[in-house]
Design a protein around this ligand. Structure first.
Ligand SMILES: C[S@@+](CC[C@H](N)C(=O)[O-])C[C@H]1O[C@@H](n2cnc3c(N)ncnc32)[C@H](O)[C@@H]1O
Length: 223
């Protein structure tokens, strides 16, 4: 199960992110900040160890982070739990334990692929829409594939050679072999993700490639 896998990956997760993205993961998270105005009350879906939440707190927001992995939530609390601007809870994106129109913003980083893999991306987008206030923005950061050419070729080589190497170095036998590369390769094209966001009710939906398309921002508004 995806949840058990993330429980097992919680120790070493941050180290793996920094190593495997050469530090770009933090830059991509920071890109999301500009879409939500400071002073907002924000829900971070699939918060993991809380690194995206932390960037939004630093930008002057209050954040609730949810994740269905207990071990990830435990790590997040150890890292940032003393900060009065953030709280973490165990919950699934499919059934967000908050009332309709609670948050000014809904955010996530590197979660959409997992929701797609679990067959719950569309139902989760509906949940994001439900808990967002009218006028609020949803911003997802995700790993994607460059559109074409040399970058696409070298990205594929990276996924099949260096990524598993980093995985083995950090996680040893806990490394879930092809899971990460296959979720990146199988994720439908950005146009399809945008289409599902519109289906869930979002307007002003847009996709912005980052670093040549190896990551992307997906933004939508609840009008
Ligand atoms: C790749 S990690 C990303 C963590 C974090 N957002 C970050 O920026 O590093 C994906 C996280 O999503 C969580 N997750 C996956 N599916 C979920 C779901 N249906 N509901 C809640 N959390 C989920 C996993 O437990 C994991 O912590």
């Amino acid at each position: 199960m995806i949840r058990d896998m993330f429980d097992a990956l919680a120790p070493g997760y941050d180290q793996f992110n920094r190593l495997s993205s050469f530090g770009l993961d933090m830059r991509w998270r920071r890109e999301a900040i500009r879409y939500i105005k400071s002073g907002s009350y924000i829900l971070d879906i699939g918060t993991g160890t809380g690194d995206l939440a932390r960037e939004f707190i630093k930008a002057g927001n209050r954040v609730v982070g949810i994740d269905f992995s207990e071990r990830m939530v435990k790590k997040a609390r150890e890292k940032y739990g003393q900060d009065p601007h953030v709280s973490f809870m165990v919950a699934s994106s499919e059934a967000i334990p908050f009332e309709e129109s609670t948050f000014d913003g809904v955010i996530s980083a590197f979660v959409i692929r997992n929701l797609y893999q679990g067959g719950i991306l569309q139902s989760s987008l509906r949940e994001c829409y439900r808990v967002l206030k009218p006028g609020g923005q949803m911003v997802h950061v995700e790993l994607t594939r460059p559109p074409k050419g040399f970058l696409l070729w070298s990205h594929r080589v990276y996924l099949r050679t260096m990524l598993p190497l980093f995985g083995r170095i950090v996680f040893g036998s806990r490394w879930p072999r092809k899971y990460l590369s296959s979720t990146i390769e199988k994720l439908p094209p950005p146009m399809t993700i945008c289409h599902w966001m519109k289906w869930a009710g979002f307007e002003e939906v847009r996709h912005t490639p980052l670093s040549g398309g190896i990551a992307s921002l997906f933004v939508g508004k609840k009008c």
